[in-house]
Design a binder for this molecule. Structure first.
Ligand code: PDG
Length: 305
Protein backbone atom coordinates (compact mmCIF):
# COMPACT_ATOMS: atom_id res chain seq x y z
CA UNK A 1 0.00 0.00 0.00
CA UNK A 2 1.33 3.49 -0.78
CA UNK A 3 1.81 6.01 2.00
CA UNK A 4 0.01 9.28 1.12
CA UNK A 5 2.40 11.32 3.24
CA UNK A 6 5.51 10.22 1.37
CA UNK A 7 4.37 8.89 -2.00
CA UNK A 8 3.88 11.65 -4.61
CA UNK A 9 1.66 9.29 -6.66
CA UNK A 10 -0.80 8.56 -3.87
CA UNK A 11 -3.22 11.32 -4.96
CA UNK A 12 -3.17 10.00 -8.49
CA UNK A 13 -0.93 9.17 -11.40
CA UNK A 14 -1.01 10.45 -14.97
CA UNK A 15 0.62 9.27 -18.16
CA UNK A 16 1.62 12.22 -20.32
CA UNK A 17 3.71 11.87 -23.46
CA UNK A 18 5.25 8.60 -22.44
CA UNK A 19 5.94 9.38 -18.80
CA UNK A 20 4.17 8.53 -15.55
CA UNK A 21 3.94 11.61 -13.32
CA UNK A 22 2.19 12.49 -10.04
CA UNK A 23 -1.28 13.83 -10.87
CA UNK A 24 -0.58 17.36 -9.65
CA UNK A 25 2.47 17.63 -11.88
CA UNK A 26 0.66 16.47 -15.04
CA UNK A 27 0.41 19.16 -17.74
CA UNK A 28 -1.03 19.21 -21.24
CA UNK A 29 0.32 21.32 -24.12
CA UNK A 30 -1.81 24.48 -24.23
CA UNK A 31 -2.26 24.29 -28.01
CA UNK A 32 -3.68 20.77 -27.95
CA UNK A 33 -6.96 20.88 -29.89
CA UNK A 34 -8.49 18.74 -27.15
CA UNK A 35 -8.17 21.80 -24.91
CA UNK A 36 -8.85 24.63 -27.37
CA UNK A 37 -11.49 22.89 -29.53
CA UNK A 38 -12.81 19.99 -27.44
CA UNK A 39 -11.64 17.92 -30.39
CA UNK A 40 -11.29 14.57 -28.64
CA UNK A 41 -12.97 11.57 -27.20
CA UNK A 42 -12.38 9.96 -23.83
CA UNK A 43 -13.53 7.26 -21.50
CA UNK A 44 -13.66 6.68 -17.76
CA UNK A 45 -13.34 3.28 -16.12
CA UNK A 46 -13.91 2.47 -12.46
CA UNK A 47 -11.57 0.48 -10.26
CA UNK A 48 -13.24 -0.92 -7.18
CA UNK A 49 -11.41 -2.82 -4.44
CA UNK A 50 -8.43 -3.22 -6.71
CA UNK A 51 -10.35 -4.48 -9.75
CA UNK A 52 -11.14 -2.79 -13.07
CA UNK A 53 -14.85 -3.05 -13.93
CA UNK A 54 -15.73 -3.85 -17.56
CA UNK A 55 -12.42 -2.50 -18.90
CA UNK A 56 -12.91 -4.23 -22.27
CA UNK A 57 -16.33 -2.59 -22.74
CA UNK A 58 -14.82 0.81 -22.05
CA UNK A 59 -11.97 0.18 -24.50
CA UNK A 60 -14.51 -0.93 -27.13
CA UNK A 61 -16.44 2.31 -26.66
CA UNK A 62 -13.30 4.47 -26.72
CA UNK A 63 -12.04 2.93 -29.95
CA UNK A 64 -15.48 3.05 -31.60
CA UNK A 65 -15.66 6.74 -30.64
CA UNK A 66 -12.22 7.40 -32.16
CA UNK A 67 -13.38 5.82 -35.38
CA UNK A 68 -16.57 7.86 -35.51
CA UNK A 69 -14.72 11.17 -35.20
CA UNK A 70 -11.84 9.98 -37.40
CA UNK A 71 -9.13 9.88 -34.77
CA UNK A 72 -6.35 7.36 -35.08
CA UNK A 73 -5.08 6.64 -31.54
CA UNK A 74 -1.31 6.86 -31.25
CA UNK A 75 -1.12 3.59 -29.32
CA UNK A 76 -2.67 0.16 -29.75
CA UNK A 77 -5.56 -1.12 -27.67
CA UNK A 78 -3.15 -3.36 -25.73
CA UNK A 79 -0.81 -0.43 -25.04
CA UNK A 80 -3.70 1.79 -23.92
CA UNK A 81 -4.94 -0.95 -21.60
CA UNK A 82 -1.45 -1.44 -20.14
CA UNK A 83 -1.01 2.31 -19.57
CA UNK A 84 -4.35 2.56 -17.76
CA UNK A 85 -3.50 -0.37 -15.52
CA UNK A 86 -0.06 1.07 -14.80
CA UNK A 87 -1.49 4.47 -13.70
CA UNK A 88 -3.56 2.61 -11.12
CA UNK A 89 -0.71 0.35 -10.03
CA UNK A 90 1.63 3.31 -9.50
CA UNK A 91 -0.99 5.28 -7.58
CA UNK A 92 -1.72 2.33 -5.32
CA UNK A 93 -5.39 3.40 -5.37
CA UNK A 94 -7.83 0.54 -4.65
CA UNK A 95 -10.90 2.60 -5.61
CA UNK A 96 -10.10 4.73 -8.63
CA UNK A 97 -11.50 6.80 -11.48
CA UNK A 98 -9.37 6.09 -14.51
CA UNK A 99 -9.65 8.41 -17.47
CA UNK A 100 -8.13 8.05 -20.92
CA UNK A 101 -8.31 10.85 -23.49
CA UNK A 102 -7.46 10.82 -27.20
CA UNK A 103 -7.15 14.32 -28.68
CA UNK A 104 -6.70 15.44 -32.28
CA UNK A 105 -3.29 16.75 -31.21
CA UNK A 106 -1.22 19.91 -31.50
CA UNK A 107 -1.41 21.79 -34.82
CA UNK A 108 1.59 23.20 -36.61
CA UNK A 109 1.60 27.00 -36.86
CA UNK A 110 -1.60 28.23 -38.55
CA UNK A 111 -2.73 24.69 -39.37
CA UNK A 112 -6.53 24.42 -39.43
CA UNK A 113 -6.99 21.12 -41.26
CA UNK A 114 -7.74 18.42 -38.65
CA UNK A 115 -6.50 15.74 -41.06
CA UNK A 116 -2.97 17.10 -40.72
CA UNK A 117 -2.69 16.49 -36.97
CA UNK A 118 -1.42 13.44 -35.09
CA UNK A 119 -3.62 12.27 -32.23
CA UNK A 120 -2.33 12.37 -28.67
CA UNK A 121 -3.10 10.13 -25.75
CA UNK A 122 -3.44 11.06 -22.08
CA UNK A 123 -4.42 8.88 -19.14
CA UNK A 124 -4.74 9.23 -15.40
CA UNK A 125 -6.00 7.54 -12.27
CA UNK A 126 -7.39 9.54 -9.33
CA UNK A 127 -9.42 8.50 -6.27
CA UNK A 128 -12.90 7.19 -7.13
CA UNK A 129 -15.42 9.98 -7.88
CA UNK A 130 -19.04 10.02 -6.65
CA UNK A 131 -21.62 12.13 -8.54
CA UNK A 132 -23.78 11.50 -5.46
CA UNK A 133 -21.99 10.40 -2.30
CA UNK A 134 -22.98 7.02 -0.86
CA UNK A 135 -24.66 8.44 2.29
CA UNK A 136 -27.00 10.50 0.12
CA UNK A 137 -27.60 7.55 -2.22
CA UNK A 138 -29.11 5.69 0.75
CA UNK A 139 -31.82 8.37 0.97
CA UNK A 140 -31.96 9.20 -2.73
CA UNK A 141 -30.92 12.39 -4.46
CA UNK A 142 -32.92 15.38 -5.73
CA UNK A 143 -33.20 16.13 -9.44
CA UNK A 144 -35.06 18.55 -11.68
CA UNK A 145 -36.05 18.39 -15.29
CA UNK A 146 -34.28 21.38 -16.80
CA UNK A 147 -36.67 23.98 -18.26
CA UNK A 148 -34.14 26.46 -19.61
CA UNK A 149 -31.51 24.03 -20.86
CA UNK A 150 -31.82 21.46 -23.62
CA UNK A 151 -29.34 18.75 -24.48
CA UNK A 152 -27.31 19.62 -27.57
CA UNK A 153 -28.81 17.74 -30.56
CA UNK A 154 -27.09 14.55 -31.76
CA UNK A 155 -26.83 16.13 -35.21
CA UNK A 156 -24.47 18.70 -33.66
CA UNK A 157 -22.49 16.64 -31.16
CA UNK A 158 -22.88 12.85 -31.25
CA UNK A 159 -23.63 11.84 -27.64
CA UNK A 160 -22.55 8.25 -28.28
CA UNK A 161 -18.98 9.54 -28.66
CA UNK A 162 -17.98 10.48 -25.12
CA UNK A 163 -17.01 14.12 -25.24
CA UNK A 164 -16.05 17.28 -23.34
CA UNK A 165 -18.84 19.45 -24.81
CA UNK A 166 -20.28 19.98 -21.35
CA UNK A 167 -21.70 23.50 -21.93
CA UNK A 168 -25.31 22.32 -21.76
CA UNK A 169 -24.66 19.90 -18.87
CA UNK A 170 -22.95 22.58 -16.74
CA UNK A 171 -25.68 25.11 -17.59
CA UNK A 172 -28.20 22.48 -16.44
CA UNK A 173 -26.30 22.04 -13.16
CA UNK A 174 -26.56 25.77 -12.44
CA UNK A 175 -30.28 25.59 -13.22
CA UNK A 176 -30.62 22.74 -10.71
CA UNK A 177 -28.76 24.72 -8.01
CA UNK A 178 -30.89 27.81 -8.75
CA UNK A 179 -33.96 25.65 -8.12
CA UNK A 180 -32.58 24.26 -4.83
CA UNK A 181 -31.90 20.87 -6.34
CA UNK A 182 -28.74 18.88 -6.97
CA UNK A 183 -28.81 17.52 -10.51
CA UNK A 184 -30.59 18.22 -13.81
CA UNK A 185 -32.10 15.83 -16.33
CA UNK A 186 -31.93 17.46 -19.76
CA UNK A 187 -34.73 17.10 -22.30
CA UNK A 188 -34.15 17.29 -26.03
CA UNK A 189 -36.04 19.63 -28.38
CA UNK A 190 -38.90 17.12 -28.72
CA UNK A 191 -39.64 16.84 -25.00
CA UNK A 192 -37.88 13.51 -24.61
CA UNK A 193 -35.59 12.66 -21.70
CA UNK A 194 -31.90 12.47 -22.63
CA UNK A 195 -29.27 12.40 -19.86
CA UNK A 196 -27.57 14.62 -17.29
CA UNK A 197 -24.07 15.73 -16.28
CA UNK A 198 -22.27 12.39 -16.29
CA UNK A 199 -25.20 9.98 -16.07
CA UNK A 200 -27.99 8.10 -17.87
CA UNK A 201 -31.58 8.05 -16.60
CA UNK A 202 -33.96 5.14 -15.83
CA UNK A 203 -37.62 5.36 -14.80
CA UNK A 204 -40.06 2.70 -13.63
CA UNK A 205 -43.35 3.71 -15.30
CA UNK A 206 -46.46 1.50 -15.22
CA UNK A 207 -44.29 -1.31 -13.81
CA UNK A 208 -41.90 -1.24 -16.77
CA UNK A 209 -38.32 -0.02 -16.44
CA UNK A 210 -37.46 2.40 -19.24
CA UNK A 211 -34.36 4.24 -20.40
CA UNK A 212 -33.95 6.51 -23.44
CA UNK A 213 -32.79 4.79 -26.61
CA UNK A 214 -31.56 7.86 -28.49
CA UNK A 215 -29.66 11.04 -27.83
CA UNK A 216 -27.56 9.54 -25.03
CA UNK A 217 -24.20 8.02 -24.30
CA UNK A 218 -24.46 4.24 -24.25
CA UNK A 219 -23.27 4.10 -20.66
CA UNK A 220 -21.51 0.99 -19.43
CA UNK A 221 -23.41 1.35 -16.15
CA UNK A 222 -26.61 1.67 -18.24
CA UNK A 223 -25.69 -1.53 -20.05
CA UNK A 224 -25.06 -3.27 -16.72
CA UNK A 225 -28.37 -2.04 -15.26
CA UNK A 226 -30.25 -3.26 -18.37
CA UNK A 227 -28.60 -6.68 -18.06
CA UNK A 228 -29.42 -6.92 -14.34
CA UNK A 229 -33.04 -5.91 -14.96
CA UNK A 230 -33.43 -8.55 -17.65
CA UNK A 231 -31.81 -11.27 -15.51
CA UNK A 232 -34.03 -10.32 -12.57
CA UNK A 233 -37.25 -10.58 -14.54
CA UNK A 234 -37.91 -6.82 -14.50
CA UNK A 235 -39.60 -5.81 -17.74
CA UNK A 236 -37.16 -3.46 -19.49
CA UNK A 237 -37.63 -1.20 -22.51
CA UNK A 238 -35.01 0.91 -24.23
CA UNK A 239 -37.21 3.45 -26.00
CA UNK A 240 -38.12 7.12 -26.30
CA UNK A 241 -39.05 8.43 -22.86
CA UNK A 242 -41.26 11.54 -22.86
CA UNK A 243 -40.46 13.95 -20.02
CA UNK A 244 -44.10 13.75 -18.91
CA UNK A 245 -43.79 10.06 -18.06
CA UNK A 246 -41.11 10.87 -15.45
CA UNK A 247 -43.83 12.49 -13.34
CA UNK A 248 -45.75 9.19 -13.31
CA UNK A 249 -42.67 7.13 -12.41
CA UNK A 250 -42.73 5.18 -9.16
CA UNK A 251 -38.93 4.87 -9.21
CA UNK A 252 -36.18 6.84 -10.96
CA UNK A 253 -32.46 6.20 -10.87
CA UNK A 254 -29.33 7.54 -12.57
CA UNK A 255 -26.38 5.46 -13.76
CA UNK A 256 -22.71 6.39 -14.04
CA UNK A 257 -19.25 4.95 -13.62
CA UNK A 258 -18.84 7.82 -11.14
CA UNK A 259 -21.28 6.59 -8.48
CA UNK A 260 -23.02 3.52 -9.89
CA UNK A 261 -26.80 3.20 -9.64
CA UNK A 262 -28.05 6.37 -7.98
CA UNK A 263 -31.60 6.45 -6.54
CA UNK A 264 -33.68 9.60 -7.06
CA UNK A 265 -35.95 10.61 -4.16
CA UNK A 266 -37.38 13.90 -5.45
CA UNK A 267 -38.19 15.24 -8.91
CA UNK A 268 -38.85 18.98 -9.19
CA UNK A 269 -39.28 19.03 -5.40
CA UNK A 270 -41.97 16.31 -5.27
CA UNK A 271 -41.38 12.77 -3.99
CA UNK A 272 -40.81 10.00 -6.54
CA UNK A 273 -42.92 7.03 -5.37
CA UNK A 274 -42.56 6.91 -1.60
CA UNK A 275 -39.76 9.48 -1.67
CA UNK A 276 -37.17 6.81 -0.80
CA UNK A 277 -35.19 4.34 -2.97
CA UNK A 278 -37.66 1.76 -4.34
CA UNK A 279 -37.26 -2.04 -4.48
CA UNK A 280 -36.31 -2.30 -8.17
CA UNK A 281 -33.67 0.42 -7.83
CA UNK A 282 -32.25 -1.14 -4.66
CA UNK A 283 -32.05 -4.58 -6.21
CA UNK A 284 -30.23 -3.29 -9.31
CA UNK A 285 -27.93 -1.15 -7.19
CA UNK A 286 -26.94 -4.05 -4.90
CA UNK A 287 -26.34 -6.40 -7.80
CA UNK A 288 -24.31 -3.74 -9.65
CA UNK A 289 -21.79 -3.55 -6.80
CA UNK A 290 -21.76 -7.34 -6.36
CA UNK A 291 -20.72 -7.72 -10.01
CA UNK A 292 -17.56 -5.70 -9.33
CA UNK A 293 -15.91 -8.81 -7.91
CA UNK A 294 -17.19 -11.14 -10.64
CA UNK A 295 -14.17 -12.32 -12.69
CA UNK A 296 -16.29 -12.32 -15.86
CA UNK A 297 -16.68 -8.55 -15.64
CA UNK A 298 -13.69 -7.42 -13.62
CA UNK A 299 -9.94 -7.89 -13.52
CA UNK A 300 -7.53 -7.43 -10.64
CA UNK A 301 -4.67 -4.93 -10.70
CA UNK A 302 -1.38 -6.52 -9.65
CA UNK A 303 -0.09 -3.80 -7.30
CA UNK A 304 3.04 -5.73 -6.27
CA UNK A 305 4.58 -6.35 -9.68
N1 PDG B 1 -23.87 10.31 -20.01
C1 PDG B 1 -22.84 11.19 -19.97
C2 PDG B 1 -22.96 12.50 -20.66
C3 PDG B 1 -21.66 10.84 -19.28
O1 PDG B 1 -20.62 11.68 -19.23
C4 PDG B 1 -21.59 9.59 -18.63
C5 PDG B 1 -20.38 9.17 -17.88
C6 PDG B 1 -22.70 8.72 -18.69
C7 PDG B 1 -23.82 9.12 -19.40
C8 PDG B 1 -22.69 7.35 -18.04
O2 PDG B 1 -21.79 6.48 -18.70
P1 PDG B 1 -21.02 5.31 -17.93
O3 PDG B 1 -22.06 4.49 -17.24
O4 PDG B 1 -20.31 4.57 -19.02
O5 PDG B 1 -20.10 5.94 -16.95
N2 PDG B 1 -19.69 10.22 -17.25
C9 PDG B 1 -18.94 9.91 -16.07
C10 PDG B 1 -19.04 10.98 -15.02
C11 PDG B 1 -18.18 12.15 -15.24
C12 PDG B 1 -18.13 12.98 -14.00
O6 PDG B 1 -17.05 13.06 -13.42
O7 PDG B 1 -19.18 13.52 -13.64
C13 PDG B 1 -17.58 9.66 -16.37
O8 PDG B 1 -17.09 10.27 -17.33
O9 PDG B 1 -17.06 8.87 -15.61
Amino acid sequence: MTDPTTDPFAEGCAWIEGEYVPIHEARIPILDTGFVRSDLTYDVVGVWQGRFFRLEDHLDRLLAGCQRIRLIPPRSREEIRAIMIETVRRSGLRDAYVEVVVTRGVPGQGERDPRKLSARLYAYAIPYVWIVRPELQERGTDVIVARDTRRIPPGSVDPTVKNFHWGDLVRGLFEAYDRDSLLPILPDGDGLVTEGPGFNVFALVDGVLRTPARGVLHGITRKTAIEIAEESGVEMRVEDLPVGSLYRATEIFLTSTAGGVIPVAHLDGAPVGTGAPGPVTSKIRDRYWELHTDPRLSEAVDYDS
